[in-house]
Design a protein around this ligand. Structure first.
Ligand code: ADP
Ligand code: MG
Length: 364
């Protein structure tokens, strides 16, 4: 089911929770809405589900208008064919697992094959043996799976999930991520997944939509968003990295990026068309910094600031130049804070945010 949002706007009093917001979600994709708390994710999800009404705009599902203020179309929630999973599970405490899942089916008025549908949904989340239990007899992960079974029991073409894993511990979250991802694909649903957790968004989704303050900042594949952020805001919100303002300098055939008077980095040749001294903003990801205890050709020097052990590698911050600018890097050996190190930045990997529409060093 394709979903099209056009200029969806919503205010609560003087607060503009959603500025005109447009987005097209192709059928069968798993899309994450990623953004800080309060940016309007839940509001948007509730508007799509029909639980909240927008002030203006249009929502289409496969070319059928399901909401338009102008045309006075408001398809009620139960007619939209959408399943929803909430952050707090929202199970009925006095109903068994079976009854919880059956309840939402009954509400849609489709009583035929009820038992089979509930059983199938429970099998799909591996809760077939828990039909007669009450929510308080289940772990948090199992309760969340009941909520998922309830959302999928009616074979919805679309499933909306609002931070469904945030109440679970880390191990369980990883397990549930895999279950949700495979379930969505197996049942051929279009999924919209709301989260403020960039790892969750990047690891699960076909497509990520980065939001802030009621607006869409950038949309793209997880790889695109990570590698080619279009603004500082997106670069800072997604992944680790260093964001620097600098100037592009030319000297003969050589091009440099000057960050500070004593901090210059050579760039590769495809930046030849640049204007001398053009201001720019760059993003350097930690995996593109080469770090060593020993001096090597072309290296510059810095001083280790912090070291965190991450299991398979260390995450390191170090300071460079007179202004002690900070850089992030990964390393396979343990450095010591205060230690002098040598580094280079892989010139091909520097991503330019500005000048806009200008050079993209890494696509050559
Ligand atoms: N029913 C409401 N009444 C008033 N303000 C609301 C209501 N729902 C949400 N808001 C406000 O709208 C903004 C967006 O909220 P929300 O969509 O819940 O953000 P998110 O889910 O991204 O954390 C927040 O500032 C929130 O306080
Ligand atoms: Mg929310």
């Amino acid at each position: 089911m394709k979903i099209e949002l056009r200029a969806i706007q919503k205010s609560f009093g003087s607060l503009e929770a959603l500025k005109p917001f447009s987005l097209t979600i192709p059928s069968g994709t798993f899309v994450s809405l990623l953004g800080p708390s309060g940016c309007g994710k839940t509001t948007l999800l509730r508007i799509i589900a029909g639980l909240e009404e927008a002030d203006s705009g249009t929502i289409k599902m496969n070319d059928q208008i399901i909401y338009s203020n102008e045309k006075n179309i408001h398809l009620p929630p139960q007619k939209r064919g959408i399943g929803m999973v909430f952050q707090d599970f929202a199970l009925w405490p006095h109903m068994t697992v079976f009854e919880n899942v059956a309840y939402s089916l009954k509400a849609t008025g489709k009583k035929k094959g009820l038992r089979e549908k509930v059983d199938q949904a429970l099998e799909n989340v591996q809760l077939g043996d828990y039909r007669e239990r009450y929510p308080h007899q289940l772990s948090g992960g199992q309760q969340q799976r009941v909520a998922i079974a309830r959302a999928i029991a009616n074979d919805p073409a679309v499933i909306l999930m609002d931070e469904p894993l945030s109440a679970l511990d880390a191990t369980l979250r990883d397990e549930m991520r895999i279950l949700l991802q495979s379930l969505v694909k197996r049942l051929n649903m279009t999924a919209i997944y709301v989260t403020h957790d960039q790892n969750e968004a990047m690891s699960m989704s076909d497509y990520v939509v980065v939001m802030n303050a009621g607006t869409l900042l950038q949309e793209g594949t997880p790889e695109d968003i990570y590698r080619y952020p279009q603004t500082k805001e997106v670069a800072a919100f997604i992944g680790k990295g260093t964001i620097w303002d600098g100037h592009l300098q030319t000297q003969g055939d050589e091009t440099y990026l000057k960050v500070e008077a004593d901090l210059c980095f050579p760039l590769t040749n495809n930046t030849a068309k640049i204007i001398h001294n053009e201001p720019c903003t760059i993003v350097v990801r930690p995996e593109h910094v080469r770090l060593s205890q020993l001096m090597f050709n072309g290296a510059q020097t810095g001083v280790i600031e912090s070291v965190s052990f991450l299991g398979e590698r260390y995450e390191v911050t170090f300071r460079v130049g007179q202004k002690e600018k900070r850089l992030f890097a990964y390393s396979y050996e343990r450095f010591t804070p205060g230690q002098q190190i040598y580094f280079t930045i892989l010139a091909d990997s520097i991503h330019f945010i500005q000048p806009l529409g200008g050079i993209t060093n890494e696509t050559a």
